[in-house]
Write a protein that binds this ligand. Structure first.
Ligand code: GAP
Length: 517
């Protein structure tokens, strides 16, 4: 990550870069693409997997009783009857009036987004009626044919799936990964010796028929979520055994009361508990999420905040809801995850519809209850976008001191490759052999390494910078003391060039692993 990112790229610059380097590009592109679907090339796939691995390690390590599961993407229709998604998971949609008259314009858009673009104010909390009134007042017309717009309606966002022969809509593609841990709760609880809190983490696909997919991977119809569902005793929400260790940590918050100024306020964990009546169990996890972003993804503090939602904005199943937001160069503050206190909403719903008892007898407290759920929810594709956006430094062509190529300052924890091995010349023994030896040394020590011998060394440095490779390691004539005038002290050393500074240092091959780890 550049110190405090100075890049001034547009979303189009980033999309062009992501495609050119093979990070992310439209799916089915040879057929013109499909709105809301993107593919990851090999660099993008490595970046995404690395993010997922950092996430997995950090959040599963929070408690010995947290586990990862993997589950089906298509689920029983009744799962979504129980969860409330069949009834409530809908977005406001506005159509061109010509559509109703079967005339030749079928334009439609998400009504709150249309209004937000016009007023530059959040409209998430408005009802369909309020949106209709506001759109009329703003005199918004169809952008395609300039006709009037219809009244705002709601559209359910789930994809039904026909399973087998002649069965209409018997299953649904899940719109969130969360329901899978909920329907697995009973079995897992019994397997894990009936102990709370218990966490079930899941990294998997979610599907939503978004009305207006847009902004590369920010709003997709098929996307990946990384979610941790923590099942806990609701009578213990005011406690967390490790709260003392984080009580003084300052959190980047924007509470409802800060909306007037729209400024982030740093509040300590204990202040959020005592002055703002937020439960310790909730705040502990808010702190951990912040730690994940600052320490493990190296996002600058000024680019991350927790945004409290009001009753109308909150998801229908939440009692407390903070969005995790990142300040993107391309789109400003953007939701990339959330911390959701979902109470017993889902488990009670599943108990009612499936007739499976979700109420438990908790041996530790000797109490009977339906466990409550704290959900740590992350959109993986939005997080990958965030990493690209905040670490991308566009080539400053107009600046004569610039290095002349794009750079991706990804942190080592997620960058696709940590090192590149570059023999100074191609196919020349013994340089090539030495380079392959260095490559093996790095790989044997689990350093993600790329080997590149094609084109000039300058071009290869540029390629490494653009792929986010932190160290470019050059094996040259001095490494083998091949030149008559080679300094004998340089034998068995390589040049290590740092991506962020372009500085080169000479390092002994035997010290290489220590130097770059
Ligand atoms: N289980 C809770 C849940 O699904 P959400 O706020 O609807 O909550 C969680 O989604 C995260 O998933 C969001 O914060 C966002 O990062 C990501 N997400 C949601 N819809 C998305 C979409 N259409 N495209 C890409 N990511 C999306």
């Amino acid at each position: 990550m550049s110190k405090d990112n100075q890049s001034n790229h547009s979303s189009q610059d980033l999309a062009t870069f992501a495609k050119k380097k093979g990070f992310i590009y439209p799916s089915s592109e040879i057929y013109g693409g499909l709105a809301g679907f993107y593919d990851y090339g090999h660099l993008g796939t490595m970046l995404k997997h690395n993010f997922q691995n950092v996430w997995r390690k950090f959040f599963l390590d929070l408690n010995q009783n947290f586990y990862e599961i993997e589950t089906a993407n298509i689920m029983h229709k009744n799962v979504f009857k129980a969860s409330g998604h069949l009834e409530n998971f809908a977005d406001p949609i506005v159509h061109c009036a010509k559509l109703a008259k079967n005339k030749n314009c079928d334009w439609s858009a998400r009504a709150d987004h249309l209004l937000e673009e016009h007023t530059k104010q959040r409209a998430e909390d408005l009802t369909s009626e309020q949106l209709t009134t506001a759109i009329k007042k703003a005199d918004l017309k169809c952008p395609e044919c300039n006709s009037e717009l219809q009244d705002v309606e709601t559209m359910n966002m789930m994809f039904p799936v026909n399973l087998g022969v002649g069965s209409k809509g018997s299953g649904y593609l899940r719109p969130e990964t969360a329901q899978s841990p909920y329907v697995n709760f009973k079995a897992q609880y019994e397997l894990q010796r009936k102990k709370l809190p218990m966490g079930l983490a899941l990294i998997g696909r979610a599907y939503r028929n978004e009305i207006s997919p847009r902004n590369l991977t920010i709003r997709l119809r098929e996307f990946t979520q990384a979610e941790l569902q923590i099942f806990f005793n609701p009578n213990l929400i005011e406690e967390h055994e490790d709260f003392e260790s984080i009580k003084d940590v300052k959190i980047q918050t924007l509470l409802l009361e800060d909306r007037k100024t729209n400024k982030i306020v740093q509040r300590s964990a204990s202040e959020l508990v005592t002055k703002h009546n937020l439960p310790k169990f909730y705040i502990y996890h808010l702190v951990k999420i912040q730690e994940f972003y600052l320490n493990h993804l190296k996002i600058p503090k000024t680019h991350i905040r927790f945004y409290q939602l009001n009753d109308k904005e909150k998801a229908f199943y939440n009692k407390f809801h903070f969005d995790i937001e990142a300040d993107l160069n391309t789109h400003g503050w953007t939701e990339i995850g959330g911390l959701h206190y979902r109470t017993d909403h889902a488990l009670s719903g599943h108990q009612k519809v499936s007739k499976t008892k979700m109420e438990i007898f908790d041996e530790q407290s000797k109490q009977k209850f339906i466990p409550h759920v704290l959900e740590l929810s992350f959109g993986v594709d939005r997080n990958v976008y965030t990493l690209l956006d905040l670490n991308y430094q566009k080539d400053q062509k107009e600046n004569k001191d610039a290095r002349g190529n794009d750079v991706l300052n990804l942190p080592k924890s997620v960058t696709p490759f940590t090192a590149a091995v570059l023999p100074l010349v191609k196919n020349k023994q013994p340089i090539t052999n030495k380079a392959k030896e260095v490559l093996k040394l790095l790989k044997d020590n689990n350093v993600k390494t790329f080997y590149d011998e094609v084109s000039s060394i300058g071009r290869r440095y540029a390629r490494a910078d653009e792929a986010g490779i932190k160290y470019a390691i050059t094996i040259d004539f001095d490494t083998l003391a091949l030149d008559e005038d080679s300094d004998p002290k340089l034998k068995d050393t390589v040049t290590v060039r740092d991506r962020n500074t372009s500085e080169q240092t000479r390092v002994k091959i035997t010290d290489l692993i220590k130097e770059i780890s």
